[in-house]
Ligand binder design. Structure first.
Ligand code: F6R
Length: 254
């Protein structure tokens, strides 16, 4: 894994945007895996700026989001559909026919999840998957204990994750209990992984993911097995790492 540590959240976000822009210029029909949450907001802002000011073109891009709450319609202000629209999609020039976010209102979860997996395949797989990390080491909604080979499916959210997310809802009862999420295996099939983490709140999770044993109790630790995984961190998130990291994603020959 390449670990790239930047002094601030802004610098980390700009570096991650440069990474994606570089891939997009080389492959205009890039298949991008996307995450929600607070961590990628700076990345999305910077990509929006690059589109506006530098003409970065997303018109041929296909996107697949990691997850969505079950039971929230796309127009609900806490749905991930709404989040993506507000924070990223409306600021760039995607072709909306090629935007994919799990459908939390589906009636047939198994059929939907199978279709989502198949759809990823139809587009040749995900080129770059953006990931955040939960304080408990989750990636997407793959909570500790999730199968490291899992595929897209419906998952029950843990109490901790529901509590973490309660701040976005009027009361904790409103926090959905289930989500549709790409599996750990689905994520590992992406050609490159771009894990972002910021702040001391993520330092323990990053320590476990980057330097700990590979275990289902920290699903993010599986990315140590990926051939092209990059962790872009700010220095607070990297504070507990003991390895010496001075990596760069540029001019890397695999
Ligand atoms: C969201 C997702 C989650 C978040 C994680 C970190 O699509 O997949 O795994 O990446 O919960 O969330 P933030 O960035 O809000 O700390």
């Amino acid at each position: 894994m390449l670990v790239i540590v930047k002094d601030s959240y802004e610098q980390m976000s700009k570096e991650a945007a440069r990474f994606i822009a570089d891939h997009l210029r080389k492959k205009p029909n890039l298949v991008l895996g996307l995450a929600t949450g607070s961590t990628p907001l700076g990345l999305y802002r910077e990509l929006g700026r690059m589109h506006r000011e530098e003409g970065l073109d997303f018109s041929k891009v296909t996107t697949f989001n990691l997850d969505e709450y079950v039971g929230l319609p796309p127009e609900h202000d806490q749905s991930y559909h709404y989040f993506m629209q507000e924070n990223f999609f409306k600021h760039i020039n995607l072709d909306h026919r090629y935007v994919h976010i799990p459908m939390g209102m589906t009636r047939d979860f198994d059929a939907f999840c199978a279709w989502y997996e198949q759809r990823i395949q139809e587009f040749g797989g995900i080129d770059v998957q953006v990931l955040g990390i939960g304080g408990n080491g989750h990636i997407a909604f793959n909570e500790p204990g999730s199968s490291l080979g899992s595929r897209t499916r419906i998952k029950t959210l843990t109490g901790t994750t529901r509590m973490d997310n309660a701040r976005f809802f009027r009361n904790s009862e409103e926090v959905p209990k289930f989500a549709i999420t790409m599996g750990v295996g689905t994520i590992m099939d992406a050609k490159e992984l771009l894990l972002l983490a910021t702040s001391s709140a993520k330092a323990n999770a990053i320590k476990a993911a980057v330097e700990g044993p590979i275990t289902a109790m920290c699903p993010a630790s599986i990315i140590q097995l990926h051939r092209k995984a990059y962790a872009f961190l700010d220095k607070d998130a990297a504070a507990k790492l003991t390895g010496l990291y001075n990596d760069t994603w540029e001019s890397r020959v695999f």
